[in-house]
Write a protein that binds this ligand. Structure first.
Ligand code: HEC
Length: 131
């Protein structure tokens, strides 16, 4: 019996650790991507913008499912999971838009897609952080 409890406790621990990994993986990947995109726009380096966009896409996919997002919302904010999920959808739309704008060499528009993406990050963070 004791051993069973220990095993359950251990497996719960593993689950919560790997859940944290998802958040950290996703956020640090997106942060890296956003920094690269910004650097790319400032230095007129298209490859850097494209690489950064790929990273944001990767990170956003990890944190786009409402069930996953819900795990990280404080109890008094769980009712806002749809708003949070929409922020992730907005990032995904911005990525598509940014890539299309780059292909069309519409760089100002592409930079605007980047800005909108940054606003989407803040709109979810404002929920979790009580901004
Ligand atoms: C759907 C919600 C959501 C979206 C969208 C979102 N984040 Fe986060 N982010 C979180 C949560 C939850 C945390 C952890 C709580 C906190 O730091 O306040 C977090 C934390 C972070 C952190 C700090 C991580 C740490 O280890 O403390 C960074 C950096 C970050 N996010 C970057 C980004 C970037 C860049 C974007 C946009 C491209 C973004 N996030 C979009 C929910 C989101």
């Amino acid at each position: 019996m004791k051993l069973a409890k220990l095993i359950i406790a251990a497996s719960l621990f593993v689950v919560s650790v790997s859940a944290n990994d998802v958040l950290q993986n996703s956020m640090s990947t997106m942060e890296k991507g956003m920094t690269q995109i910004q650097k790319g726009f400032l230095n007129n380096n298209l490859d850097l913008i494209k690489e950064g966009t790929k990273l944001v896409k990767e990170g956003n996919i990890l944190f786009s499912d409402a069930k996953v997002i819900n795990q990280y919302l404080p109890d008094n904010k769980k009712h806002m999971v749809n708003v949070a999920e929409n922020a992730s959808k907005r990032i995904s739309l911005d990525i598509t838009e940014l890539e299309a704008n780059l292909d069309n060499k519409a760089f100002i528009k592409a930079a605007n897609s980047y800005s909108d993406m940054l606003n989407a990050c803040s709109s979810c963070h404002s929920i979790v952080r009580n901004w």
